[in-house]
Design a protein around this ligand. Structure first.
Ligand code: TZP
Ligand code: MG
Length: 235
């Protein structure tokens, strides 16, 4: 018999740890360097890294992705590529994250295969209702707050909006948009499984410490949620 872990079965992928989801920004990582910033965040406790560089031509995205992949090898931290399915394939990344106006998640799945992690950005309950859990592994929900990092963002959801979208989604969710470590409890209470963060880590004077603060806050928030579920169940 093959060895088993409690998190894995023949029909189930390993659980994706979305708790501290770093998204890189070329401008905000420039001073320290893309790889160095990501590695500092991982040392602090980032659990997943998304390479996001909207302006890079594909060959540059691929070379950045290959450097990140090499740096993250053996860390257990997943590497996800924003938008570009072909670049994700060329990098041999763990997956891709697409938006409502990018390649369809189904097309990404067809190119990257069953084992790839496919993430999809959603902004509304209507979006959530039509996401196929057989195709999409997790959704990114936001923005929770207005943020200068994505000037063309949709209307901010706040925590009540985040909760409504998370309730309507049939798969794990990561919240995004203007998030800081102090928001972790509200994010988990809204039903999300983690915080996706650009500026609060990439632009921090110490990205390792910043990611560490997110990791601690997310761990406490997740534990608080399981305590309240257990209390509800015991009533
Ligand atoms: N999608 C919705 S908000 C956002 C993206 C990519 C940017 C989040 O950046 P920050 O700096 O964490 O607010
Ligand atoms: Mg996109």
């Amino acid at each position: 018999m093959s060895p088993r872990t409690p998190e894995v079965t023949d029909t189930m992928k390993p659980k994706i740890d979305l708790s501290v989801y770093l998204i890189t920004d070329p401008g905000l990582c420039a001073a320290r360097g893309l790889v160095e910033t990501a590695l500092a965040a991982v040392r602090g406790g980032a659990t997943i890294v998304q390479l996001r560089d909207k302006a890079a031509p594909r060959d540059r995205l691929i070379s950045e992705g290959l450097r990140l992949k090499q740096a993250l090898a053996g860390s257990g931290v997943l590497l996800i590529v924003n938008d570009d399915v072909q670049a994700a394939a060329a990098i041999g990344a763990d997956g891709v994250h697409v938006g409502q106006s990018d390649a369809a998640a189904e097309a990404a799945r067809a190119v990257l295969g069953e084992d790839a992690v496919i993430g999809l950005s959603i902004q509304t309950q209507a979006h959530a209702a039509v996401v196929d859990p057989a195709v999409v592994d997790y959704v990114g929900v936001g923005p929770v707050f207005a943020t200068p990092t994505k000037p063309d963002h949709a209307r901010p959801l706040g925590f009540d909006g985040l909760a409504a979208v998370c309730r309507a989604a049939a798969m794990p969710a990561v919240a995004i948009g203007g998030l800081e470590a102090r928001h972790a409890a509200a994010v988990f209470a809204a039903g999300a499984d983690g915080l996706a963060v650009v500026s609060a880590i990439c632009a921090a004077p110490d990205p390792e410490a910043a990611a560490g603060a997110f990791a601690l806050a997310a761990r406490d928030a997740a534990a608080g949620q399981s305590d309240s579920v257990a209390t509800e169940a015991g009533r």
